[in-house]
Each structure stands twice: as C-alpha cells, then as structure tokens.
Design a protein around this ligand. Structure first.
Ligand SMILES: NC(=O)c1ccc[n+]([C@@H]2O[C@H](COP(=O)([O-])OP(=O)(O)OC[C@H]3O[C@@H](n4cnc5c(N)ncnc54)[C@H](O)[C@@H]3O)[C@@H](O)[C@H]2O)c1
Length: 271
C-alpha cells in the first residue's frame, strides 16, 4: 500500500484500544505493516481484522509488556515475519488500574506502587530496549513513547502514575541521546485527557466533563486526533526530530484553567 509509511514495519503496543488502536489504524492506512500487540487477544484480533478489512496489512499479537520474555518474543516474532522493525509506538497502559488504584503516596500501598512501575515504566524500558536493539542493528528506527501531561505538571492523587510516566519522559531524552548517532530516534507524546473507552466512565458524567473541559483550551479529543502526530513521528518527515517531549493536549499545558481569574484581577484593578 502506498503512503507516508509505505514499506515500514510498525509495532504498536496497547493497540487493542484507544490511542494505540487509532495509531495502528493510521499507520496501516499510510502503508505500514502493523503488529497489533495487546494483552487482550480479543481486542488485538478485532483491530487487526479491522485493518485487514480496510485493505491494510496487520497481524494480532498477544503480549504483556511487563513480561520481559513476552516482549522479547514480540520483537523476535516481528523480525522473523517481516525482517525488521522500523517503528515502535508504545501505548500500552492499564488505565482502569491507574484510575482506580493510584493514591497520594502516603496512602499508596507498596504493591500498587510496584505494579504501576512494572507496567508503565519497566514495560516502556522493555519495549524500547528490545525494539531498540533491532533498530541499532538496522541503523534506523523511530521509537514513540507515551507519557502524559500529568508527568509535566502536578496532579494530586496520581503519585505512582506520575512517577512512572516522569521516568518515561526522562528516559526519552537520555535514550534519544544514546542512540541518535546510530540512526534511531526517540520521542514522547504527552496527551492531556483523551476520550478513550477507559476514560468514558467519567467523561460521560456531565459534571466531571465540565471540570475536565475547563482544563483544556480546545475540546477534549478522541484518540484519532492524536494519531496524525504519531504518524508524523513515525515517518521520515520527522527525520530531524528526536528527544522531543510533545504535549498533544488541547492546550492543557499552556494555561491555568478557565476559572475566571482574569475577570477577578482586571475587575479588581479597574475598580
Ligand atoms: N486516555 C487519556 O486520557 C490519557 C491521557 C494521558 C496519557 N494517556 C496514556 O496514553 C496511553 C494510551 O492510553 P489509552 O487511554 O489510549 O488506553 P486504553 O485503555 O484505551 O488502551 C490501553 C490498551 O493497553 C492494553 N494493555 C493494558 N495492560 C497491558 C499490558 N500489560 N501489556 C499489553 N497491553 C496492555 C489494554 O488491553 C488496552 O487495549 C497510555 O500510556 C496512557 O497512560 C492516556
């Protein structure tokens, strides 16, 4: 298939849902062969079938990204079948676990802390390590990690998640520096709120939605709105972009919140 990613082999983790699924679909539409990796066989299969039905090229792959052996099998499997790995888009995360189990650290059980790091930081390390080794052999590749705006600005009650994703932000820069001279690029997308299935439980509540809307300049996007930026980072169009931390966040990082502060301050000054 022709397109901006024609001839490239992409691995997308967490590709069964949300931003991973949207990225996998967009990569395939741009001509990449996509390994649709997810811990859920049913979701991975459904997304790979959807891509196939649209004329794209994809295979489902079941892997727990917190399991080193499973991650190594995933990378080896992609190379055995397609000969190389050009793109890693790492999206896998246990969002229901984050939303229901994270806490202020004084109340955070140690097992919750450990599980959060295992899935969201060690999982990133494992995927980047084993995809990166193949990319170094090729002297080419683009690694796209996923953190969150919560790693860039404090959010009470999410201490384990912010620590794990803060680690992802930090390793994006140091790993990008470490592999840049050997043809491998590493970048990180930091979404704001994105209306994925796992977030709809509260985004569907009008009161919660109102609060969340006020944290963004632009409307809260769906996952398909993040995918074009992932396509850009995956493609050769971003050949001079590495070590970048990109808030793709409807303006979340740009301002405080729509709380009417200006009215209070300027109203007070004028009176
Ligand atoms: N949705 C948001 O508002 C939001 C905001 C900021 C950052 N993020 C980050 O963006 C990324 C994608 O989030 P999303 O909302 O699209 O997620 P999602 O819940 O829609 O999809 C995540 C996918 O990952 C899979 N998964 C879970 N644990 C796994 C494991 N151990 N191994 C392999 N696959 C596993 C799930 O089965 C699911 O299909 C995550 O890294 C998340 O932390 C999300």
């Amino acid at each position: 298939m022709a397109g901006r990613l024609a001839g490239k082999v992409a691995i997308v983790t967490g590709a069964g849902s949300g931003m991973g699924r949207a990225g996998a679909v967009a990569f395939a539409a741009e001509g990449a062969v996509v390994v649709v990796a997810d811990i859920s066989e049913e979701r991975a299969t459904r997304v790979a079938e959807r891509i196939g039905n649209a004329g794209g090229d994809a295979i489902p792959w079941v892997a727990d990204i917190a399991d080193s052996d499973a991650v190594q099998r995933l990378m080896r499997g992609a190379v055995d079948q397609f000969g190389r790995i050009d793109i890693l888009y790492h999206c896998a995360a246990d969002v229901p676990f984050i939303n229901s189990q994270d806490r202020r650290l004084t109340e955070l059980p140690e097992e919750t802390w450990q599980r959060m790091l295992d899935v969201h930081l060690t999982g990133t390390f494992l995927c980047a390590k084993y995809a990166g080794q193949q990319m170094l052999r090729q002297h080419a590749g683009s690694i796209i990690l996923t953190a969150t705006v919560d790693a860039l600005i404090g959010t009470a009650g999410f201490d384990a998640y912010t620590a794990a994703k803060g680690g992802v932000v930090a390793l994006t820069r140091s790993f990008a520096d470490g592999v840049g001279s050997e043809g491998v690029r590493v970048n990180c997308i930091c979404p704001g709120y994105v209306a994925t299935e796992s977030q709809m439980r509260w985004l569907a509540d009008p009161a919660a939605r109102d609060v969340i809307d006020r944290l963004h300049i632009l409307p809260v996007p769906g996952p398909e709105a993040i995918a074009p930026f992932a396509v850009y980072l995956a493609s050769d169009e971003s050949a001079f972009v590495t070590g970048g931390i990109f808030p793709i966040d409807s303006g979340y990082m740009a301002f405080k919140a729509h709380l009417g502060v200006t009215d209070v301050v300027q109203g007070g000054a004028g009176s």
